[in-house]
Design a binder for this molecule. Structure first.
Ligand code: UD1
Ligand code: F6R
Length: 703
């Protein structure tokens, strides 16, 4: 079959509508659930994924006879889908003791979101095979041409639809040859034809109550809920040699036998027990049901039927591990809820005294000025010997690299470059075996950063992750790393992840140089500075009312804003500008203060709002000179300075926001907070849904 397709079509990356965002699936076995309850579980699961940003949503459930599948889809929010479901004449009282439902939120990166493009996508009008998918199928055009030639009629512009139709095609082709494939074996054959990335769930009228889930480059996990305590803490991976697979195929063809190496969730008496399975691309939608989860690895196929969870491999490789642990998620539901705050972003800004503390917890010994990063310990000698350090990231995470580059170079004496992941790949930047590549990411799932990581892995460099999401692709694919432990970040605008990434990177620089006697004093100074940061952040957060006031008056309805910073504060200026534009839609630009006279000064007049970072460090006199250049052109800047600084009395300065003083290389941790608050209040004043800014998604899992 693969050869059949390959021969006739060359696989090309085609212009397409590709989708990604949230997958949720629910299977009950020996647990009676009404259709209404099943739908509520699916929709609630989707609602938990809302924070990632999406433009449409859909679900697929069984009809009463199970001979066809009902698909309900809607553009817009999950609540809109809820209304659409309520408006149907479905009998929600029908009880199922075994059922599989799947649900999806989609974020189209090309083309308009419309109902036909929503997931689930189906193989045919009766929904013999129904699929939800995150990722991109790169050979979709070739598959579509083949399937069209076989008589399939496509209904959408998505790449996903070809997966559903391919399932039917492979199933029917085998059937004609007298072979009835097991759902898992069928999935394996379909995957053989697919190129690209996927997190995938498929349900079928041929396999009622069953689901197959698989992933490649896109996350997928399975939560397991049983009434009695689970007695297993791992699931075996079921491998077969080619011969065994053929024998099995023959056997299944004859008797429709099931594999015997199952991982059933059995009660003490050996009888299958009631069990519920929750499949998702994100633990946030599972923890309200169960904390017991299993993370699938690339090329795993999870096949759930009769209350059993089987893990198969789509492809066998030498590095395959034989078990998948069932882990206990430490995340609490209330950790992902808003608490007393109106928006997640506001909550996360105010969480920073705690989140920064958590980043340092157990890693910094403030009495003896020692840093211990468990995840890096055994790699430190290799990193110290490397020729250069390449920091690679996107957006806010990139800014945290810029903010710490200087202290990295000062402490490690190793040259450090900082790259945006997309540009790094565009340039096909040279990477060598003796390079250390540091990848910084909140989500650990950002497509550009993952591609850059794979690029560096292929070239033999040592890769280090600085990641928030434990179990994310990046955290697992890097050789080693540091979890920043900031807790789940839900607001689309990254805030607490920035300050925690900043601290984690400083701690890495400290670890790398902890054998240097000449740096001992500087070390002690920084570690003592870090200890005070959480309390100092609390002080800065008290500026909220003053900032709110500025947003209501001077900054209200302005079209543009300049942020001036140099040295350590250039990164703060860039990060502040990014926050303001993404949340409040106001144009803002971070400018290196030293560059002002090389062009940007032309913009300055008595109207353009300007914010300057003038906290006390070695570059303070130079920053002051930039401020004078601005005031000489009637500009009236708002200045972020240290508490009690004389600049506050300068009448040419419009206002000051005074922040506590800390060590020069840590000052950016405090200076960024007024800008986070400013972006929040500028957006809130405009009535913008701060947690869901337009056109943006929390986790950018497409290139
Ligand atoms: C670990 C435990 C923590 C425990 C502590 C006790 C985890 C996730 N962390 O924290 O719960 O309290 O030991 O000593 O179990 N890694 C990567 N890439 C990344 C991030 C991390 O490969 O991007 C690796 C690290 O190299 C390490 C592991 O993941 O092997 C855990 O990293 P991290 O959580 O930072 O380690 P600890 O702080 O030691
Ligand atoms: C900005 C923001 C984005 C992310 C960027 C990288 O507030 O959140 O710029 O920083 O998309 O995401 P991660 O850190 O998840 O790789």
């Amino acid at each position: 079959m693969a050869a059949d397709i390959c021969e006739r079509f060359h696989f090309a990356l085609c212009g397409m509508y590709y989708d990604a965002i949230g997958i949720f699936g629910y299977v009950n076995f020996l647990v009676d659930k009404t259709r209404g309850e099943i739908i509520t579980t699916l929709l609630d699961g989707l609602q938990r994924l809302e924070y990632r940003g999406y433009d449409s949503a859909g679900i697929a459930i069984d009809d009463d006879s199970r001979n066809s599948t009902m698909i309900i889809r809607e553009v817009g929010k999950v609540n809109g889908l809820r209304e659409k479901v309520a408006a149907t004449d479905l009998d929600s009282s029908v009880v199922f003791d075994n059922h599989c439902g799947i649900a999806h939120t989609r974020w189209a990166t090309h083309g308009s979101p419309k109902v036909e493009n929503c997931h689930p996508q189906r193989s045919d009008p009766s929904g013999e095979f129904v699929v939800i998918h995150n990722g991109i199928i790169t050979n979709f055009q070739a598959l579509k041409t083949l399937l069209t030639s076989k008589g399939f009629q496509f209904e959408s512009e998505t790449d996903t639809e070809c997966i559903a139709k391919l399932f039917k095609h492979v199933y029917d082709t085998n059937l004609k040859a007298g072979i009835t494939l097991d759902f898992n074996e069928l999935t394996k054959q379909v995957l053989f034809e697919l190129e690209g990335t996927y997190g995938l769930l498929v349900k079928s009228t041929h396999f009622p109550g069953e689901v197959c889930g698989t992933r490649k480059g896109s996350p997928l996990l399975v939560g397991v809920k049983t009434e009695k305590k689970l007695k297993v803490d791992f699931v075996d991976v079921e491998f077969f040699t080619e011969q065994q697979t053929n024998e099995l195929l023959m056997a299944t063809a004859q008797d429709n036998l099931r594999t015997s190496q199952s991982r059933a969730f059995l009660a003490d008496d050996g009888i299958p027990m009631p069990v519920e399975f929750f499949l998702s691309s994100d633990p946030a939608s599972v923890i309200q049901h169960t904390k017991k989860v299993l993370f699938l690895e690339d090329d795993d196929i999870a096949h759930i039927y009769d209350g059993e969870l089987h893990i198969h491999r789509a492809k066998k490789s030498a590095e395959d591990t034989t078990v998948r642990p069932i882990q206990t998620l430490e995340m609490e539901l209330n950790e992902i809820m808003k608490g007393p705050y109106k928006h997640f972003m506001q909550k996360e800004i105010f969480e920073q005294p705690d989140s920064t503390f958590n980043t340092m917890r157990g890693r910094l010994d403030f009495e003896n000025n020692i840093v211990t990063l468990g995840g890096l310990r055994s790699f430190l000698p290799t990193i110290r010997r490397c020729r250069r350090i390449l920091m690679i990231a996107c957006g806010t995470s990139y800014h945290s690299c810029l903010a710490t580059r200087s202290i990295f170079e000062e402490l490690t004496e190793i040259p450090v470059t900082v790259d945006l992941a997309s540009d790094f790949l565009d340039r096909k930047s040279p990477v060598f075996r003796d390079d250390t590549c540091v990848f910084v990411s909140q989500s650990g799932e950002t497509a550009d950063s993952i591609l850059a990581l794979q690029y560096c892995l292929e070239r033999g460099a040592l890769t280090v992750g600085i990641v928030n999401s434990v179990g994310s692709s990046m955290s697992r694919q890097t050789h080693c790393g540091v979890h920043i432990n900031a807790g789940p970040e839900i607001g689309v605008a990254s805030t607490k992840a920035y300050t925690s990434q900043f601290i984690a990177l400083v701690m890495v620089a400290l670890s790398l140089s902890n054998d240097s006697i000449s740096k001992a004093r500087r070390h002690a100074e920084i570690i003592q500075g870090l200890q005070k940061i959480p309390e100092q952040i609390k002080t800065v957060l008290k500026l909220e009312d003053k900032i709110k006031d500025l947003c209501n008056t001077t900054l209200n309805n302005q079209k543009s804003l300049l942020l001036l910073g140099r040295g350590y504060q250039f990164a703060t200026a860039l990060e502040g500008a990014l926050k303001i534009k993404e949340i409040s839609y106001m144009h803002s630009e971070g400018v290196l203060a030293g560059e002002l006279k090389h062009g940007v000064l032309a913009l300055v007049d008595d109207k353009l709002p300007i914010i300057a970072f003038a906290t006390r460090d070695s570059l303070f006199p130079k920053t002051m000179s930039a401020i004078e250049q601005v005031t000489a052109r009637d500009g009236r800047p708002i200045v972020i300075c240290n508490e009690g600084d004389a600049i506050a009395k300068n009448e040419k300065v419009f206002a000051t926001l005074e922040v506590p003083e800390t060590v020069d290389c840590l000052q950016g941790l405090l200076n960024v907070i007024p800008l986070q608050l400013m972006s929040y209040w500028l957006a809130e004043n405009k009535g913008i849904d701060v947690d869901f800014p337009r056109n943006l998604a929390k986790s950018v899992t497409v290139e």
